[in-house]
Design a binder for this molecule. Structure first.
Ligand code: FES
Length: 169
């Protein structure tokens, strides 16, 4: 367990990690938060992320990978700029969750766990995202969208497309 000589993270995130490992009674408890923060910054949990996090926590890379494989919200491959997560658990399923998923597939031209060629969207079928009362629901990165219809999905995707186009200007 140590601070590595060099880091793949931004100075801000590296400083955050230095602190994070000191606030839990057990250093290893910082593992999942660190992987989530790392994923937000790097885009996914790369081999380099696994290696550095293992050093910072003081565990083996295999320990990190065992945790990594357990949590579906942690990715080992790059996702699109906007990761569209469609819930198909019971409440959403009963209110057309699969219809919404199929619509997203058709609209984006990709399947589950795939990314559009322009890298803008990726699509993922996920377990309950805690918006059951407002099913069917999707999550795009950290934004929730609920009470969906196919038409609403179209509007939402267009909004993200416009946002991406705006940020490139
Ligand atoms: S079942 Fe879809 S949000 Fe809970």
């Amino acid at each position: 367990m140590s601070t590595p000589a060099s880091t793949i993270f931004s100075p801000e995130l590296a400083a955050r990690f230095d602190k994070l490992v000191t606030i839990y009674p057990v250093r290893r408890s910082a593992l999942v938060p660190m992987l989530l923060y790392a994923q937000d910054e790097i885009g996914y949990v790369s081999d380099a992320v696994v290696a550095e996090v293992a050093v910072r926590i003081g565990i083996t890379e295999l320990d990190v990978r065992n945790v990594l494989s357990y949590y579906s919200m942690l990715r080992t491959k790059p996702a699109g700029k906007y990761n569209v997560q469609v819930c198909t658990n019971i409440s959403c399923m009963l209110r057309n969750g699969y219809g919404i998923l199929d619509h997203c597939k058709e609209k984006l031209g990709i399947g589950n766990k795939q990314t559009t060629p322009d890298g803008l969207f990726s699509l993922e079928e996920v377990e309950c995202i805690g918006a059951c009362c407002w099913a069917p629901a999707i999550q795009v990165n950290y934004d929730f969208h609920d009470n969906l219809t196919e038409a609403k999905v179209d509007e939402i995707l267009e909004e993200y497309r416009a946002k991406a186009a705006g940020s490139q200007q």
